[in-house]
Structures are given as C-alpha cells and as structure tokens.
Design a protein around this ligand. Structure first.
Ligand SMILES: [Zn+2]
Length: 443
C-alpha cells in the first residue's frame, strides 16, 4: 500500500449543488489516502488521526504541506487535432473550420504526426490536472491509434473514436458509411477496454453526417441541420432515429436547446458537456445552466480545445461562473455557481457525464487512483486574498474540520470561500502535480 497525507476533498453525490448535506462531500483537513500498489485502486480515505489508530506503524509515502488533493479533472469535450490551432481568429465557426481546422485535420492521416501531437496534447492535459477526457480525433484511424497508444504509455483513461463525416466537409475528410463502420469496428476490437482505453462512436455533428452515418453549437448549425433534415424537429431526434441516443451519449455545447430537447436529455439520462469558453469565443449562446440543474440533466465541463483559449478546466470554470451570472441578469434572487458546484462538475459530475462514476471521481475503496494536488495560491495577489480570508474567518485554515462535525455549515462556507479563489483565479500553475494511478506525472 502507498499512502498520501494531505488536505483531501471529494464529492459523493450530485445533490451537493442543491443543498449540501453532510455526506454529499468529504473534506479532511488532515487526511490520508491509501492506494493499493498492485491494482492502483483506492483502499481507504479518511482523517489521518483515525486511520493512524487503525493502521499502526503507518508509513507516509508522500506528504503535502497545505495542498489540497482531489480527484483528477474530467474534460467532457475536447479536440486533440486542434491543439496547434487553439485560439486562432475567425469571424464564425464555419469559417474557422474551413480555414484552420479541416486543413489541419488532414495531417492526422500520418501516424507519426498524430503521435507527436498526441504526446504534446496529453502532456498539456496533465499539466492542467486533467486526468480523463472525451476526445474528438479525426476521420483517420491513425489519429485514434496514435492517441490511444500514447495515452496507454501514460496509463491514462482516455475516451476517443474516429470522427464520422460523409458530407459538407472537404473531400479529403469524408469517408463513407461502409468505411466508417469497418474502421470503427477494427478500432473497437483493437482498443476498447484495452488497459484504460475506451472507444466512442463520434459523429462530428449532424450537418456532416448523412442518415446512414451520424451535436449542435450555434444558431447557424441548428438552421443548417434543420435544412438538411427538414422532417425532424430537433438535433437529438436526428441522432435518435439512428439509434445513437441513450444514456451513454454525450452532447457538447447544447446552447440552442429547446425545452423539448432538455426534457429528452433528462429523460434519456444523456450526458452534456458545458463548454463556456468556446461558447463565448464563437458567440454561440448561453448554456441553460439552471434549467439543466432543475431537470437533473447530467452535465460536466468541456474545454473544447481548440475552440477555446486554454486547456485549464479551472479557467473554463471561471467562464462557467460568469455565464451562470449573466444568464440571471433579470433575476432577483440569483443563484451563482458556487465553488463546490464547480469542482463537483469538474470531477464527479464529469465522471457521471461519461458514465465513469463507478470507476473515477471519488476516493472510495475500489476507485482508480487518479488525482491532483492543488496549491491554494500561486501568486502575490492570490496569497494576499487568501491571508485576508484567513484573518476575517478568525480561524486559520488548519482549524477546518472535516464535514462529519457539528460545525458543518460554517466550515462549508469557509471551504467554499477558499475554493472560490482557486476556481476563479487559478490556472495550470495552481496544479502542483497530477497523479495517474497514484504515480506522479512529469510537468
Ligand atoms: Zn465543440
């Protein structure tokens, strides 16, 4: 067994954002995490003093002074072939796709090139504390093969699949339904459930797939899709007719989601990726955060690299917070997205989105030990803010109790305030280290 002593936080259920109950999350001011070296699974997590009494002669393998450990971040929507063209200027999404994205994607037919970008991309995920991602590749099997093979070397749980496109894209990026089927089948047989790799069937969005093959991001896309499928009411119906909608489906963006679709997403328990930064960049629309929360739609956070400005899910959460605020500009009793909600979405919420909540996102026995060590502050202004909160709270941080105490509410408020600093001011430099199956990965 290998052991880590630190402040530890993880979420237990998704009701934490509605009304925080004592068992919705666990926070240990002086916690201990035990991992089985053979399996890589969590054995136990709890208060250090309690575990020290249970496990006599306890050996601490790694100790974090005043850092916070939490499960690794989950990016629910990201495009690795767009790594190099991140944040390139364009007037709208279709112009961006035609000018930058499609020509870049063509290069991924070359396995060696795909491998080089995969290495860079995965390293960026790790630097930013992202341990698992649902990643778009290109139509080329080589692009999937390269990403899976590089992820396997790092032992990362990555989900990807060949993009399916057979129309409205340059000829060099179109396949046929037959080729899409045979390529996907070969890749599934070779990689799905091999190590930690998981395969996803990945239509880019409905405009680029015919019925025979098969997400919406802006009003132009909605109109375009509806002109191609005039008999259909919504995007989800387009996918549904091809049996591509069930609880394992993940839809990105969803900023143009009519009520009927959000009902459907809720009823079918589909996953959704909330990508605030790229939605801002493309002026795509406002994510219906409170409607989705109310309807209990599963959603996690997506960076949407490279339609975004950064790999960091902390920076993505900063935009998520702002979207939630501006969406309530005409509302009296506003409900901001709290830091607990934000970190829930970036960890366990993302796992639920991708149906990995039985494997990842908690420090419970049997869970895979992917986690991040986070600094409370990394620059002078963050430090000044942190120290001011300390003074105002009247209680230094190390007096925070774990949540199984009668001081639950006041402790919760204090923790929320401290986490808010990381969520709103943090970036990749807030991530002290990222651990994949308890092993520290290089920065
Ligand atoms: Zn996207």
């Amino acid at each position: 067994m290998i052991s880590f002593r630190a402040r530890i936080l993880y979420f237990n259920e998704d009701t934490c954002f509605l009304e925080v109950q004592e068992d919705s999350l666990y926070y240990y001011k002086d916690g201990m995490l035990f991992v089985d070296q053979q399996s890589g699974f969590v054995v136990k997590c709890g208060q250090y003093s309690e575990l020290a009494a249970e496990y006599l002669n306890i050996v601490i393998d790694e100790q974090f002074i005043d850092q916070l450990i939490m499960p690794g971040f989950i990016d629910c929507h990201t495009n690795y072939p767009q790594t190099e063209i991140i944040c390139t200027f364009s007037t709208d999404l279709f112009a961006w796709l035609n000018t930058y994205t499609f020509p870049k994607e063509e290069q991924f037919k070359d396995f060696q090139y795909a491998r080089k970008i995969s290495q860079f991309y995965l390293n960026e995920l790790l630097k930013n504390g992202t341990t698992t991602a649902l990643v778009m590749a290109t139509i080329h099997p080589e692009s999937v093969q390269a990403l899976f093979e590089e992820a396997a070397k790092l032992n990362m749980r990555i989900i990807t699949g060949k993009t399916l496109m057979d129309r409205n894209a340059p000829e060099f990026l179109c396949d046929t339904p037959e080729l899409a089927y045979s390529d996907s089948l070969n890749l599934i047989q070779k990689y799905h459930n091999q190590g930690r790799c998981l395969y996803s069937i990945t239509p880019r969005f409905s405009p680029t797939s015919t019925k025979e093959q098969f997400k919406l991001e802006s009003i132009e896309q909605v109109e375009f899709a509806q002109s191609l499928y005039p008999e259909n009411q919504s995007d989800i119906q387009i996918f549904e007719q091809s049996n591509l909608v069930d609880k394992k489906s993940v839809f990105a963006h969803c900023v143009m989601c009519p009520k009927s679709e959000s009902d459907q997403l809720s009823n079918l328990q589909c996953g959704v990726a909330f990508c605030p930064t790229s939605n801002f960049c493309y002026g795509a629309g406002i994510f219906p955060y409170h409607e989705f929360v109310q309807k209990n739609v599963n959603f996690g956070i997506g960076s949407d690299v490279g339609g975004t400005t950064d790999f960091s899910l902390l920076k993505t959460l900063q935009d998520a917070y702002k979207v939630v605020m501006i969406s309530q500009k005409d509302t009296k009793n506003r409900k901001p997205m709290t830091s607990l909600e934000g970190f829930y979405r970036a960890t366990l919420g993302g796992c639920k989105d991708l149906h990995l909540e039985d494997k990842l996102g908690k420090f419970e026995p049997g869970y895979e030990a992917d986690f991040v060590a986070i600094d409370w502050f990394t620059n002078d202004i963050q430090k000044l803010r942190y120290e001011t909160i300390e003074k105002r709270s009247g209680k230094p941080l190390n007096h925070l109790n774990n949540y199984k105490t009668s001081t639950f509410q006041s402790d919760k408020t204090m923790l929320e305030q401290r986490l808010f600093g990381i969520m709103m001011m943090g970036d990749q430099y807030s991530i002290r280290a990222t651990y994949i199956i308890y092993k520290k990965m290089g920065r």
